[in-house]
Design a protein around this ligand. Sequence first.
Ligand code: NCD
Ligand code: ZN
Ligand code: ZN
Length: 441
Amino acid sequence: MLTIRNATLADGRQVDVRIDTSAGRIAGVGSTLTESGDSIDATGKLLLPGMIDAHVHFRQPGFDHKETWETGSRSAAAGGVTTVVDQPNTDPPTVDGDAFDRKADLAADSYVDYGINGGVTPDWDPDELFDRPVLALGEVFLADSTGEMGIEEDLFREAVERATDEYRVVTVHAEDADLFSEAARERDGDDYDAWSAYRTAEAEAAAVERAVEIGAEADASIHVAHTSTPEGVDAATAGGATCEVTPHHLFLSREDYDELGTFGRMNPPLRSEDRREALFERVADGTVDMVATDHAPHTREEKDASVWDAPSGVPGVETALPLLLEEARKENLSYERVRDLTAANPADVFGLTRKGAVEQGLIADLVLVDPDDSSEIRGEDLHSKCGWTPFEGMAGVFPELTMVRGSVVWADEESPLVPPGGTDESADGEFGDPVGRNVRG
Ligand SMILES: NC(=O)N[C@@H](CC(=O)O)C(=O)O
Ligand SMILES: [Zn+2]
Ligand SMILES: [Zn+2]
């Protein structure tokens, strides 16, 4: 047993939290718990449910040079993410039984819990896929992105119907390539803003509307990935779908291209400051269901290309919760909102009923934070294999301690707990053992 004493929860309650470390569960939450076993003093510290990141690309199999399950999940643990959902655009793409099994073997190296999504291409094998513990279907690409997995509408409809029969959520990459601006393609390769001019906001909104329409006809659970515009959020919400927003669309805009160059190229692209602010409002007011990172690392060498040739995608799994906690520290978001965006709502949308809250009986996925300890985000301090971040120089509040099912997977040098038999020291903390498990069994 471990007692975390006098911690502050997101709703402001100061409680003792008792953890059954062998069962990996929260044994009690209250103000008068009798201590038994080890205890740590968490006075002045914030205790949150671990972040559930519904959208990561850990790049294995096939692209180990960009990220691996070990490096990606370490980055997650150091950023307070205790569950990730990996997307199917790997090599091979996760569209059949063998590809799923291969990825599941690689995920055994994960430091945090994980779900593995199934993907859809013309040669997908749903029977084999749904014979496996697939968490959800998606991201299903309605336009090409990294991995060129864009599909036609009739196949999308078929996939939505099958996923619904299998009681799975369908996560959609909603952009309509017919509405991309071909005129923008004439702009120079170092005119980085051209990428946002090319993959238009209208292309997102139209694709979201179509996807939720098809979803409604099948009575499906549609989740719109990385909605980058207020119009996209409003179309998803109006269509009865859930949606996610990424940190890069919340904290970066077209005005950052001068600084970022191709390190600011992703799909869907960065939008105007006005749209970024309107998106932030929808995150703060509860219209947006969750923040998910779309952690999509590429190497510096790959990004060293024209805006038309560089790959799309940015890392984000380690900086998402810290950036949101910085907004809460500045009182732009409530801690309860941060908790709902990063844990309670993803747990609810993806059916992870034993995760997502600091409550007795739930799985002990926990993050301990000093809420006032803001620090500078630097790519060199982060643990992703790619070694860079688009948030360089911004402020974040990083976890002191991250726990997955009662095991310490990350402890920074201020942490009151160190991982028993931790694997190795990193510059600013220590990892425990890789304890990640498939959340679907
Ligand atoms: N978002 C991106 O720009 N890239 C993602 C794929 C995706 O989410 O579309 C990637 O896997 O690189
Ligand atoms: Zn996508
Ligand atoms: Zn993605």
